[in-house]
Design a protein around this ligand. Structure first.
Ligand code: NDP
Ligand code: 8X3
Length: 258
């Protein structure tokens, strides 16, 4: 019988646990006996999650990943039973807008850069020394298929996820000999609040993204995250790229004069 790691030893720090993948991962880890530190900006949702999962297994922190000082303070303040974090799930992120590059909002671009790049880098950099000091652990980043295959309207979002992919690969080299594993999870079409956020709360536009097809679910992604971190310590899954069966990569787009 193949021996997976004992999940009851996991203490998982999750950014973006108020919705989607982060929330599903919190549930998945706690169901397996792990402890989680669930973070995000929407405190009401974090409180509901803590009530659902129990305060012994779920510590919550109101946190905006763009605020580097707040992350430092939050880490310093983590209570004893949750201190020995061994998995970091740097998941918080977002896409804003789907307009062409010459019309897209520069404020939206800045928010994506601040969240998907700076926020992820702060999270990982500030939590890594603890993993190294404790003799090992696992960093899981949330990239995207958009980090590999671009599509119209996704310029900065796609570029931010390409950053995530390379950052994950690069820190893995730095961590040689430290027993810290790094995995970039790169999903495609998955129905969460992602599209509602992208379209600034327009539920109709968001619903249309998934209409008539079968996207993946947050639970599908949480399972892949859980699996990668549960493999024996000598195995490092560099990346997992997942698409809905109904999604595939399209042809090159050739412009022709009318
Ligand atoms: P959701 O919108 O459902 O969840 C996003 C989470 O990120 C929320 O919990 C939100 O929490 C958090 N978040 C956003 N901005 C911040 C911030 N400044 N500080 C802290 N937390 C923040 O989307 P998903 O679960 O789908 O997305 C999770 C990750 O997966 C993202 O990085 C996304 O880019 C990526 N991804 C998503 C795909 C999809 O199709 N759904 C596919 C590929 C990748 P709060 O607002 O409470 O702060
Ligand atoms: C989210 C998936 O294809 O909408 O990263 O960019 S996609």
């Amino acid at each position: 019988m193949y021996q997976l790691l004992d999940a009851s030893r996991f203490i998982v720090f999750i950014t973006g646990a108020t919705s989607g993948f982060g929330q599903a991962a919190a549930r998945r880890y706690v169901a397996a006996g792990a402890k989680v530190i669930a973070t995000g900006r929407r405190m009401d949702r974090l409180i509901d999650l803590q009530i659902e999962l129990g305060a012994e297994k779920c510590h919550i922190i109101e946190l905006d990943v763009r605020d580097r000082a707040a992350i430092e303070a939050a880490i310093a303040d983590i209570p004893g039973p949750f201190k020995n974090i061994n998995i970091v799930l740097a998941n918080a992120g977002l896409a804003l807008g789907l307009g062409p590059a010459h019309e897209a909002s520069l404020d939206d671009w800045q928010t994506m850069i601040d969240t998907n790049i700076s926020g992820l880098v702060y999270t990982v950099r500030l939590l890594l020394p603890g993993l190294v000091e404790r003799g090992g652990g696992h960093v899981v980043t949330l990239g995207s298929v958009a980090g590999e295959f671009t599509y119209p309207g996704a310029s900065v979002y796609a570029a931010s996820k390409a950053f995530v992919k390379h950052f994950a690969l690069a820190i893995r080299s730095d961590l040689q000999g430290k027993n810290v594993r790094v995995t970039d999870i790169e999903p495609g079409l998955t129905e969460t609040e992602f599209s509602v956020v992208r379209f600034a709360g327009d539920q109709n536009k968001a619903d249309n993204v998934y209409k008539g097809t079968k996207p993946m679910t947050a639970e599908d992604i949480a399972e892949s995250i859980f699996w990668a971190t549960s493999l024996p310590e000598h195995v490092n899954v560099n990346k997992i790229q997942l698409m809905a069966t109904t999604q595939a990569i399209g042809a090159f787009d050739i412009y022709r004069e009318k």
